[in-house]
Ligand binder design. Structure first.
Ligand SMILES: Nc1nc2c(ncn2[C@@H]2O[C@H](COP(=O)(O)OP(=O)(O)OP(=O)(O)O)[C@@H](O)[C@H]2O)c(=O)[nH]1
Ligand SMILES: [Mg+2]
Length: 237
């Protein structure tokens, strides 16, 4: 037909479609996502010894669990930053790393701890790290929230149950949340029964265990909301 160029028509459609799509996805952002856009994180200290733990008194969210369960990965996913080092080899995190998370909701430390109970790895390393984790769990009064991570495929092991009990007895008024990790590695139908099994082994209601994945981002909005809920509200300079 005279005056119509099919190529031009396609070009106009190509530019209009992505713009309207962008507007729709922006409108769907949750309050947590909006906050996460304005979050900043920085490493405060890597402590090899309890004497190196900070004394500012900011509330802390602790990431605890067996080696390789996904503590550092989960911390990065919640902070929307690649600050904690991760690895597929157990024993990656060997210090207690304190990261300050700052956002419109306030300030809080995210604390990445070494793992306990490696299946493999040097015995000397395990013997050196275990007292550091214990000193933190038993002695740290500023823990406002503790995430105890359990791999959904492995379930609760003796060390996990011991740490769960120690967390409840430690100083301060700490909330403990049990996080089942790597849900993407199970087929969808197996996630619920595996989560229930973890709750049963620890003797807690099954809706107290949150299934998560840093790959699919399942469960992460709820965790970010609980971190924000314990943050110190006044900006801290
Ligand atoms: N598929 C999948 N892999 C994950 C997930 N979370 C962590 N991983 C992987 O699990 C491995 C261990 O993750 P880390 O975050 O380093 O584990 P960690 O608990 O900090 O380990 P340590 O520091 O050694 O105690 C890495 O290869 C991660 O990529 C997840 O949700 N899904
Ligand atoms: Mg780690």
């Amino acid at each position: 037909m005279p005056g119509v160029c099919p190529q031009k028509k396609n070009t106009v459609f190509f530019f209009v479609f992505p713009l309207s799509w962008l507007r729709v996805t922006q409108a769907r952002r949750s309050a947590q996502e909006e906050d996460s856009l304005e979050m900043r994180t920085r490493l405060i200290v890597s402590a090899q010894d309890p004497r190196g733990f900070p004394t500012s008194g900011l509330p802390e969210v602790a990431f605890l669990g067996r080696s390789n369960v996904g503590k550092s990965s989960l911390l990065n996913a919640i902070a929307a930053a690649r600050i904690a080092r991760t690895s597929h080899t157990p024993g990656r995190t060997q210090q207690v790393n304190f990261f300050e998370l700052h956002g419109p909701f306030g300030e809080v430390y995210l604390v990445d701890l070494p793992g306990y109970g490696f299946a493999k790895g040097p015995k000397e390393l395990q013997e050196r790290l275990a007292p550091l984790v214990l000193a933190y769990v038993e002695g740290r009064g500023t823990v406002a929230l503790a995430f105890l991570l359990i791999d959904l495929r492995r379930g609760v092991e003796q060390r996990d149950a011991e740490v769960f009990n120690l967390l409840a007895q430690g100083p301060g008024r700490r909330l403990v949340k049990v996080i089942a990790t790597k849900s993407d590695k199970l087929n969808k139908a197996s996630v619920k029964p595996a989560t229930h099994a973890i709750a049963q082994q620890l003797g807690i209601p099954s809706d107290h265990v949150i299934a998560t994945s840093v790959v699919t981002r399942a469960g992460l909005d709820a965790l970010l909301a609980s971190v924000q809920a314990v943050a110190h509200r006044q900006p801290h300079d």
